[in-house]
Design a protein around this ligand. Structure first.
Ligand code: AMP
Length: 398
């Protein structure tokens, strides 16, 4: 009988000091994206990795990038662009972890933070810069960020960067990078605008696609539940009572929707373990919310897509799609906040669907290639119009 041995970091061509550090931080086996992406990236070729956050993709692009650094040169050699401050901070934290104990200097350049400190860091000399496109452009304009010694550009969550309108900034930054650089692009989805960007700015990129059979990882149990728009709030309360999540993220489509839900919930539950996060909140408040989520202080976070999708907190047991996502790809990102590699528990995702949104549910099911089972809440009337929805009502236990 042939025994299939576990893959190792040694077989990926990483330096032994790196492997020692990985073992120190508890990374003993490469994740599938790391196994597939690292050898291609380490060879110097341009590479597109289709993988979502939570699968170990940061280390997948950072490990091969760090291998190429010349620490004798006090110059920026790797630039990582990410769509949000939160994601940039996560990438920064993860990079510091895997680069721990080395002489590598990392710099974080994001908006909403004092620019003068970032300028000081850059002047002191950093090897790897991680940041959001807006601040990167700002620092390029000021002449503090210099990219002439750059070896690698990484576009993380490229699909989301394009979604939130960073295309002109990204193109400007890529034009400022040396033409012989290596480009690594990571994206959970591969819509035509991302492919176009890749065609324009990458040279014969190799595709590493782990999305097909694992669009949504099998550590996430997914359900839908049909409900009238005006009964969603009562349903949410019932679902939370039934599921008793250790930590949950409730997604709404709009900032206003998130604030309204927060207000109603805070009033009803009189709890300070609930918060909302969206792009209109000042950075300090966003930071505090993420910190409280990470420390377990928050049990319930109400979030919109732009900010919510980058959250990497291992304790999230439940995702509730209070509003069905507008785009199928957002569904993939949202549910990926649970059942994460760093978590030892499975996650659950429950999507609220109104009668008018049946088509949207079908589109999501097509996207993830799975038919979602219905979630049952005992003795809950999800609809007002009993006569027209008899069949569904019966399913809810009435
Ligand atoms: P990412 O997809 O980069 O957001 O990573 C998700 C989580 O998995 C992070 O908390 C990492 O610290 C963790 N992680 C990444 N690679 C590994 C690995 N090979 N073994 C164990 N944990 C990992």
């Amino acid at each position: 009988m042939q025994v299939k041995s576990e893959p190792t970091f040694e077989q990926l061509g990483l330096q032994s000091s790196t492997i020692k550090q990985l073992s120190r931080i508890g990374y003993h086996t490469p994740s599938p994206i790391q196994l597939a992406f690292i050898p291609v990236a380490i060879s110097g070729r341009d590479c597109i990795g289709q993988a979502r956050t939570g699968t170990g993709k940061t280390a997948a692009f950072m490990l091969p990038s760090l291998e190429r650094l010349d620490l004798e040169r006090n110059r920026v050699q790797v630039l990582v662009l990410a769509p949000t401050r939160e994601l940039s901070e996560q990438v920064y934290a993860e990079s510091m972890k895997i680069g721990g104990g080395s002489r590598i200097n990392f710099g974080l350049v994001v908006g909403g933070r004092p620019v003068h400190r970032q300028i000081e860091d850059l002047r002191r000399g950093v090897h790897v810069v991680i940041g959001t496109p807006g601040r990167v452009i700002d620092l390029l304009r000021r002449g503090v960020l210099k990219l002439d010694a750059l070896k690698i550009t990484v576009l993380d969550e490229a699909d989301r960067m394009l979604d939130i309108g960073f295309r002109p900034d990204i193109e400007r930054i890529l034009k400022a990078c040396p033409s012989d650089r290596q480009t690594l692009l990571l994206s959970a989805t591969m819509p035509p605008p991302v492919e176009k960007l890749a065609q324009r700015y990458m040279s014969a990129p190799e595709m590493v696609d782990l999305s097909e059979d694992r669009v949504v990882v099998d550590t996430i149990e997914q359900y839908y539940i049909t409900v009238d728009e005006d009964r969603k709030r009562s349903l949410l309360i019932r679902v939370l009572a039934q599921e008793k999540p250790s930590q949950a993220i409730v997604f709404t489509r709009t900032k206003r929707g998130a604030d309204a839900l927060l207000e109603q919930f805070t009033r009803r539950l009189k709890s300070n373990r609930i918060a909302a996060i969206h792009g209109d909140l000042p950075q300090r408040k966003r930071d505090r919310v993420i910190r409280e989520l990470r420390s377990g202080q928050l049990r319930l976070l109400i979030a919109t897509d732009v900010v919510g999708r980058g959250i990497d907190v291992s304790g999230i047991s439940h995702i509730i799609n209070y509003d069905i996502p507008e785009f199928c790809d957002d569904y993939v990102h949202r549910v990926g906040r649970t059942g994460r590699l760093s978590s030892d528990q499975n996650g659950r995702a429950i999507t609220f669907v109104t009668l008018a949104q049946g088509g949207e549910l079908t589109n999501i099911e097509k996207r993830i290639n799975t038919v979602l089972p219905e979630y049952i809440v005992e003795n809950f009337e999800a609809f007002r119009r009993r006569d027209q929805t008899q069949r569904t009502i019966r399913k809810f236990g009435n």
